[in-house]
Ligand binder design. Structure first.
Ligand code: PMP
Ligand code: GLN
Length: 376
């Protein structure tokens, strides 16, 4: 049998988390918080569990949740969107991204992906029969607009952007958006898929969403994740926002892939959104970033800038000549700290002697991990 994904193996996040568990290492690999969820979320969950909320919701999402997502979008980005035609609740951003690609990309269409890139983009394009065109960001992880422009052909259907960026923590500036707008003006057929799951974790300036870029927002699909924004990655609830002409195609696929996302989490999240503190997220993670950076600043790891997300990239070129996969394994087995090797985010898989640490952890965990890292 022909495989649609012949090169796909277990995700690096599963591999490293499993290895961390086996060796009882501190897991700073897979991106998820280890601090307790908000008590108020637990209270709402306990109460609603006993209510009559256990049957299918409407296909696009629980109406009250759609209303609150629309309000959140208005509050944060001053963008008014239609609750009935422009929002879709998804089983995490992963499903939203896969589905947006599979609803809109045809066989032979090219999709531009900027490397280093999140692991789900390329396989999602391949399943759709599309052609991933992976081009590198600049060395400082800013977008390289010459490369983007050169990569565009008559077959380019989509450009995937991830801002704030996993794994590098880079965020886009206004001039990045302006440069992209100039290029895409000439290519009205190109759709943007904007992965903004870390929208509330931007440290230098408030996140600039495609919602606020009217020249492009009418052809952009924006993916968000309550897993990231409410610190509940295991709930796997996210949403897509896009104009009706694109959304109607995406909904056709959603109807048969998922139909409706699990009702319980939608009810709970909908109520929790009345009290959730989105404004405090960046502050909380900035403190964690600063703590982690301070704790390991005198280690032999070299810290790269981190302007957003909850990931810190480090270079270990002063420590070892091993490739990053080997080094990450050894860090677990010998030093009991787990990280993600950066090569997996690159098409060429070439080793750059870099690792990604997740700092969405309790201060105690970060202190314990830093103690070990300082001895490497
Ligand atoms: N995009 C990026 C850049 C991510 O880091 C992640 C991982 N959380 C996702 C998408 C997937 O989000 P979700 O867990 O909501 O599926
Ligand atoms: N987004 C998470 C990360 O980058 C991983 C999610 C997953 O395990 N698929 O670590």
């Amino acid at each position: 049998m022909m495989s649609k994904l012949p090169h796909t193996t277990a995700s690096i996040f599963s591999v490293m988390s499993q290895l961390a568990n086996e060796h009882e290492a501190i897991n700073l690999s897979q991106g998820f918080p280890n601090f307790p969820v908000d008590e108020r979320l637990l209270e709402i969950s306990g109460r609603l569990l006993k209510e009559n909320i256990h049957q299918y919701t409407p296909m696009a999402g629980l109406p009250s949740l759609l209303d609150k997502i629309a309000q959140l979008t208005l509050d944060n980005y001053h963008k008014k969107i239609s609750t009935t035609t422009e929002i879709l609740v998804t089983s995490g951003a992963t499903q939203g991204i896969f589905m947006a690609i599979n609803a809109l990309v045809d066989k032979g269409d090219e999709v531009i992906i900027l490397d280093p890139s999140y692991d789900s983009y390329e396989p999602s394009v391949l399943v759709a029969g599309g052609i991933p065109v992976r081009i590198s960001l600049n060395d400082d992880y800013t977008p390289n607009f010459n490369r983007i422009e050169t990569a565009i052909t008559s077959k380019t259907k989509m450009l995937i952007i991830n801002n704030p960026h996993n794994p590098t923590g880079k965020i886009w500036t206004i001039s990045d958006f302006e440069a992209l707008e100039l290029i895409l003006e000439k290519h009205p057929q190109i759709i943007i898929l904007s992965d903004e799951v870390y929208e509330y974790i931007s440290f230098l300036h408030p996140h600039i969403s495609f919602h606020t870029r009217p020249k492009l927002s009418n052809r952009t699909i924006i993916a968000s994740s309550f897993g990231k924004s409410l610190h509940i990655t295991g709930w796997k609830v996210g949403y897509l926002i896009t104009p009706e002409n694109l959304m109607s195609e995406i909904k056709k696929v959603h109807q048969f892939l998922v139909f409706s996302v699990n009702s319980f989490s939608q009810y709970v999240i909908s109520e929790y959104l009345d009290v959730a503190d989105f404004g405090g997220i960046a502050k909380m993670y900035r403190q964690k970033r600063d703590l982690f950076q301070n704790l390991i600043k005198d280690s032999r790891f070299e810290l790269l800038p981190c302007d957003g997300t909850y990931f810190q990239v480090v270079s270990y070129k002063n420590i070892s000549t091993q490739n990053d996969l080997e080094f990450a394994r050894e860090l677990i087995t010998k030093h009991e700290v787990a990280a993600i090797p950066i090569s997996v985010f690159h098409n060429d898989a070439a080793d750059r002697q870099m690792l990604r640490f997740c700092f969405a952890k309790t201060d105690e965990t970060l202190i314990a991990a830093a103690e070990k890292l300082n001895k490497v």
